[in-house]
Design a protein around this ligand. Structure first.
Ligand SMILES: NC(=O)c1ccc[n+]([C@@H]2O[C@H](COP(=O)([O-])OP(=O)(O)OC[C@H]3O[C@@H](n4cnc5c(N)ncnc54)[C@H](OP(=O)(O)O)[C@@H]3O)[C@@H](O)[C@H]2O)c1
Length: 290
């Protein structure tokens, strides 16, 4: 049986593999402090890139600083084809809290923190992580912080800009200020609030990068997902990723893991054959929920 889907999509001025890697899980518990196993964290990063991953998602507020420092330790000097996407707009409190940090000074400091800890002179892609409501997009102008990032882009510190946790209206507002190459929002098999946005961005050639593709801190659980996965001889996580790869051509995956075993499982999802009836069953599960 053949089951083909587009393997790459444009991210800024590069064409990247649609199966990338999200580095947030490499920091300590609660995305705070050092990893439980530093050697394994470094090994995960090296194996990801050795396996063909050319898109890594990070932020200097993971740890804070820890994840970026691990990426630099494991991979610098970076291969030419590797695109590292980071995000700014928050800082961590001493209690591990996530706090908005969207002033001009905050954003400028965050860009320099990312440059220093990643050992780069220019950041490939910087997403403005909108912090209106921390856990879900909420309306409100993002012009002021996005203009700050556009200014840092003009200075040559940033190659491309994107948004995270943003509404469709905020994407349009930002596009009036500078080019937006990607949008990173919460989306997965059972969380599909952004269905219309995914399709609208696909029509514009803009990448959509779902965060929590596997459910994040609460791993995906669905009886239908488990049933379809079992019939395919795959794991539910692989099946959820395979569904995302077929959902729209502009979806870039950044599943997060701190283990090489899970990394291998997730990357193998790219080879999973998902017959039309399996795809329909997964779609119907979600439709039934809505
Ligand atoms: N923009 C934002 O606001 C935002 C928010 C959250 C995340 N992100 C980005 O999105 C990336 C992905 O999100 P995420 O890492 O939070 O969530 P995720 O990819 O949905 O899920 C990660 C969780 O799934 C587990 N896992 C991974 N592969 C697995 C497998 N094959 N089998 C079983 N469990 C597996 C991981 O544990 P193990 O470590 O044990 O594998 C971890 O607990 C992050 O790394 C980060 O870069 C962005």
């Amino acid at each position: 049986m053949t089951d083909t889907y587009p393997r790459t999509f444009r991210l800024g001025d590069r064409q990247v593999d649609r199966l990338g890697y999200g580095a947030m899980q490499l920091a300590g518990p609660g995305v705070f402090g050092p990893p439980k196993d530093r050697g394994e964290a470094v090994a995960v990063l090296r194996e990801a890139v050795a396996s063909g991953v050319d898109h890594i998602d990070t932020s200097d507020f993971y740890g804070p600083h820890v994840t970026n420092q691990l990426i630099a330790e494991a991979l610098a000097p970076f291969p030419d084809n590797l695109v590292i996407v980071t995000k700014v707009g928050a800082v961590r409190g001493d209690d591990a809290s996530w706090n908005p940090a969207m002033s001009s000074d905050d954003l400028t400091r965050a860009v320099h923190d990312n440059l220093r800890n990643l050992r780069l002179e220019t950041l490939d892609v910087v997403n403005l992580r909108v912090m209106g409501e921390v856990h879900a997009p909420s309306e409100g102008s993002i012009a002021a912080p996005f203009e700050v990032l556009a200014g840092l882009q003009r200075q040559g510190l940033i190659r491309h800009l994107g948004l995270s946790n943003a509404t469709a209206r905020q994407v349009e507002e930002a596009r009036g200020i500078a080019e937006v190459v990607c949008v990173q929002n919460h989306y997965n098999l059972v969380h599909r609030d952004d269905d219309d946005l995914v399709d609208a961005l696909a029509a514009e050639g803009i990448a959509y990068t779902p965060f929590f593709p596997l459910g994040g801190f609460s791993p995906l659980q669905s009886a239908e997902l488990s049933r379809v996965a079992e019939a395919l001889g795959a794991s539910p996580m692989q099946t959820a990723l395979a569904w995302l790869l077929r959902r729209a051509p502009n979806i870039l995956l950044i599943p997060g893991t701190s283990s090489r075993a899970h990394l291998r499982e997730n990357l193998a999802a790219g080879e999973l054959v998902l017959p039309a009836e399996a795809m329909a069953a997964l779609d119907a599960t979600v439709t039934a929920r809505a």
